[in-house]
Design a binder for this molecule. Structure first.
Ligand code: FES
Ligand SMILES: [Fe+2]
Length: 416
C-alpha cells in the first residue's frame, strides 16, 4: 500500500462523491439468477468444481512453528492434515490412511516426525507422504509401496496465513493472490497473533453472507446507531483484482469525521488508538476510513491499525453457513483473557456481526419465494459481480446451465 495507491484511492473517492451516475460506459448487469443461491444444482456445481480447486485459508504459521507440528483442517469438506516439513515448508496431505481409511492422525493438532496411523501403524514421512513402514509386510501379496503414499494437496504461506488447495495443478498461491497482496504490505501480518475468535451458524447460503461484506450499500440501513452511520457509502472507492479478489475503502460520515476531529473525509491523520497496540507501518488512511480486502471465495478482512478480523464463510449445506471471525493484532499480553479495551472492541465488532446476522438469517426463505425472479446488482455492488464471475470461471461456463450463468462484464475494470 504505497503512496501511489493511497493517492489513487483518494482521487477515486473524490470521483465517487462527485458522480451522478455510474461511469460512462459501465456495463448494465443482467439480474443474477436466484438459482445460484437457492438451487441444489448450483450448490452441487460449487461442491464439484469450486471448493476442490480453490485456495482456502486454513490456519496460521505460528500454530505449527516446528518440523512435525501439524493440525487437521476439515472446512473444505474433506479431512486434510497440514504439517511443517523438515525444511520448514508447510505440506498438506489427506488425513486418510491408505490402508483401511482410518484418520492418520486423530488429534486436531500435535507434533510428530512421522505420521503413524493408530489403527495398524502404517507410517508415512512428513516431507512427501511416503509410506515408510508397515507391520507384517509378508502378508500382503505383491505390495506396491509407491501406490500407498499419502495423497497430497498444495499448501503455502502468505502473510503468516497457511493456505491449502486440493488442486495439484492450481497456480501458485502468490500468483493467485497477485496484486491484492498490496493491501497486506504495511500490516506486518506475520507478527500478529490471534486475540480471540468467534463462530456462528447463519441459516443462509454462503454467498448471501459473503455478499453482505462486499458492499456498503446496506451500511447506514443496518448499522446506524441512534440515527448515525459511521460510514458514507457514497464515497466508497473499490478496486477489482484478478481471480475474484477485491478491495473497498469507504470514507467516514460527516458525524464520524467531526467526532474524530478530522477536518474533512480526506483529512487522513493518525488517530489516538488509546490502549491498543498499533502497527506503526500502517498508513493513516486505514485509521480514517473503513478499508477492507476480500480474497476469493470466502475471506473478508476489514483492516485496522490495531489489527484485523479475518471473516470466513464456510458452506455447511445449501442453506447453512458457518461464519468464523478471528481477530489478529499485535498482542502484548500473555494468556487468553482479554484486556478491557479488547473486550470492548470485541463487543463492538460482535454488535456489527449481530446486525448482519439478523439481516441475513431470514433471507434464504424469502429468496426461495417465487416472488424473487432475479437479483439486480448496481454499480456500488460490483464486487459481488466480481465474485460471481470468478465462481463461474472456476466451475467452467460449459458446466453451468445457461439460465444460471453470469456474463463476464468486468474484465476491463480488473487491476492487473
Ligand atoms: S487403517 Fe491405517 S494402518 Fe490400517
Ligand atoms: Fe454489514
Amino acid at each position: 500500500m504505497d503512496q501511489d495507491l493511497i493517492d489513487r484511492i483518494k482521487s477515486d473517492m473524490a470521483y465517487e462523491f462527485a458522480r451522478t451516475a455510474p461511469p460512462e460506459g459501465f456495463p448494465a448487469f443482467h439480474d443474477i439468477p436466484v438459482g445460484r443461491h437457492i438451487s441444489d444444482e448450483f450448490y452441487a456445481l460449487e461442491q464439484e468444481h469450486l471448493w476442490p480447486k480453490t485456495w482456502a485459508m486454513a490456519g496460521r504459521a505460528e500454530d505449527i512453528p516446528n518440523p512435525g507440528d501439524y493440525f487437521v483442517f476439515k472446512d473444505l469438506g474433506v479431512p486434510l492434515l497440514i504439517v511443517r516439513g523438515n525444511d520448514g515448508d508447510v505440506r498438506c496431505y489427506y488425513n486418510t490412511c491408505q490402508h483401511r481409511g482410518a484418520p492418520v492422525v486423530r488429534d486436531d493438532r500435535g507434533s510428530s516426525r512421522r505420521l503413524r496411523c493408530q489403527y495398524h501403524s502404517w507410517t508415512y514421512e512428513i516431507d512427501g507422504g511416503t509410506l515408510v513402514s508397515l507391520p507384517d509386510e509378508r502378508d500382503f501379496v505383491d505390495f506396491n509401496w509407491e501406490e500407498r503414499c499419502l495423497p497430497r494437496a498444495l499448501a503455502d504461506e502468505f502473510a503468516g496465513f497457511i493456505f491449502v488447495n486440493r488442486d495439484l495443478d492450481a497456480k501458485p498461491l502468490l500468483d493467485w493472490i497477485g496484486p491484492a497482496a498490496e493491501m497486506f504490505a504495511p500490516f506486518q501480518a506475520e507478527s500478529l497473533r490471534e486475540v480471540y475468535r468467534e463462530s456462528i451458524i447463519v441459516p443462509c447460503n454462503w454467498k448471501v453472507t459473503a455478499e453482505a461484506f462486499l458492499e456498503v450499500y446496506h451500511f447506514r440501513h443496518i448499522h446506524s446507531h441512534n440515527g448515525v452511520s459511521v460510514l458514507d457509502n457514497l464515497g466508497a472507492a473499490m478496486g477489482l483484482y484478478p481471480n475474484g479478489h477485491s478491495r473497498m475503502i469507504t470514507p467516514y460520515s460527516r458525524q464520524n469525521i467531526e467526532r474524530l476531529g478530522m477536518k474533512s473525509w480526506d483529512d487522513w491523520r493518525d488517530i489516538d488508538n488509546g490502549d491498543f497496540g498499533i502497527i506503526d507501518t500502517v498508513p493513516a488512511m486505514i485509521d480514517c476510513t473503513s478499508s477492507a480486502v476480500s480474497l476469493f471465495p470466502n475471506v473478508i478482512i476489514p483492516l485496522g491499525k490495531i489489527g484485523f478480523p479475518i471473516n470466513l464463510f464456510w458452506p455447511i449445506d445449501k442453506r447453512t453457513t458457518r461464519l468464523d471471525w478471528i481477530y489478529y493484532a499485535p498482542k502484548d499480553w500473555e494468556g487468553d483473557e482479554l484486556p478491557d479495551h479488547w473486550q470492548m472492541r470485541r463487543n463492538q465488532y460482535n454488535t456489527i456481526m449481530d446486525e448482519d446476522k439478523a439481516n441475513m438469517a431470514p433471507m434464504q426463505e424469502s429468496m426461495e419465494s417465487p416472488a424473487l425472479t432475479g437479483i439486480p446488482i448496481n454499480y456500488q455492488e460490483r464486487r459481488i459481480w466480481n465474485l460471481h464471475e470468478e465462481i463461474d470461471r472456476m466451475i467452467g461456463k460449459q458446466n453451468i446451465p445457461a439460465e444460471l450463468r453470469v456474463e463476464e462484464l468486468l474484465d476491463r475494470y480488473i487491476e492487473r
